[in-house]
Write a protein of this length. Sequence first.
Length: 498
Amino acid sequence: MSKLFITAACAALLILACGAKPAAAVGVLYGDPGWTHAYDGNEAFYNDPDGPNPDYINGSDQNEPGGKSNTAALINPGLNGQGQVDNSNAPWLHTGSQWDGSAPGAPLGGVPGNPPPIPPAAPGGVGAFSDGGVSFLRLQDTGAPNAGWGFADKGQQAGPGKPKQEGSNRRIEFYHPLERDGGYSGDNVLLDSGVTLAFRIRVATAATGPLDKIYVEGGPSVSAPIDWPDAGIGYAIANGGRGPLSIADRGGSTGRQFAFGLVNEGNLTYDGGYAFTPKTGLVFNSRATTPDGGGSVNTNDATDATLNIFEIPNAELTQWQEFWVNIVKLSTPVQGNTHEVRIFHNGSLTPQIFQSILSPQNQLNNLAALGIGTSSGTRFGAFDLDYFAYKEGVIAPVAAPSDLAGDYNHDGIVNGDDLAVWKQQFGQLGAAPDADGDDDGDVDGNDFLVWQRQFGATSATAAAAAVPEPASACLATGFMLAFLCRQRRTAVARPSLV
């Protein structure tokens, strides 16, 4: 090979590398300890035995709206021996019953009447979507579409002889009874004994999936529907400890509950009335206000002294945030706080530690259960859920094994250490060397390009692995080309042994 050809090839590769497009990388940061149950947000099952709003078409008022409490939801459980949806074995059920089966972005029906509206009717709702290779569940509560806007609640009618409504898509909530898990011990006070949760969540935005407008209480006489803000609106803890994600047990006379939600600047703008210094991040049950453990767990009641928040910059809340959480009772109360909460975030194995109280009421049918929902009456917000899992006991997290392309030393990040492995193994054949990024049986310049395109990616970058900044990319490519050219010169200069 001539020096001129090597130079031309180097220039071509340099242009190719500097113009490389981002490579997708999807990953979960924490390993699986053997979750007792894990919901993967890739399904939004709605059970309506007589079909989606069939009587909007024929005018009858005999329709029995689907999605009733204690019927199957989110995951299709299949049919029983009578050919009906098997509610007795469904992993997730409705506890709120206002979901009409529609998803955000679906055509709106409006007020039941003549001519009949297009089903489904109400704004907001629940749907399974995909973005950047990640399947997820999106829940949107648009406020109070039943209060002045003409979207009736489930089973209501706009007038005599009018069809029954399927729901207003407010106060949507689902629950998973732990008793349906073979691995559940039956512990009625698991929030005391200790439980571990894991979930991956973000604030929903129109950039990552459809969203409907805001319908404030009072209807058109108060305001026109408000465009959903580009940065989204999170969902806090309210109504006696309800939140987007929750876990409950049967302790006490009415059970207890613990909940989590994301507060962003959208909440601070539209909710208003917060008594704490504006902060954004993951909120959960507040601290006690009195030495005997009294106080509200709700975010909207919190002050600077009682707010529990794992702070995350507002701009990051529209990206996936992964959490590993331990909840356990304190051996001795601390300033009235009864429970310790350890929050691990985005692959970190070091927690932030908080103290809190439990909500003294179980909103999940007084069962030991997981909950997913938007459960406030007039509050609005939307979030995406990739997965939600639990296991009894206080379990320390472990990092998920890395399978990132370009991660040649398998430490979960693509950086200069992987380049050193590639350099060391350059020219090796067979037996799948670590630096064989394209799995073609040898380590060559193509494997460098795999590394270069993934440079900066970690198992935390989930939806979009980083590509080096142009200067870094070109510098790295220049290194590779210089290395290859040096290898070639060495080979040419080596004396023949024949």
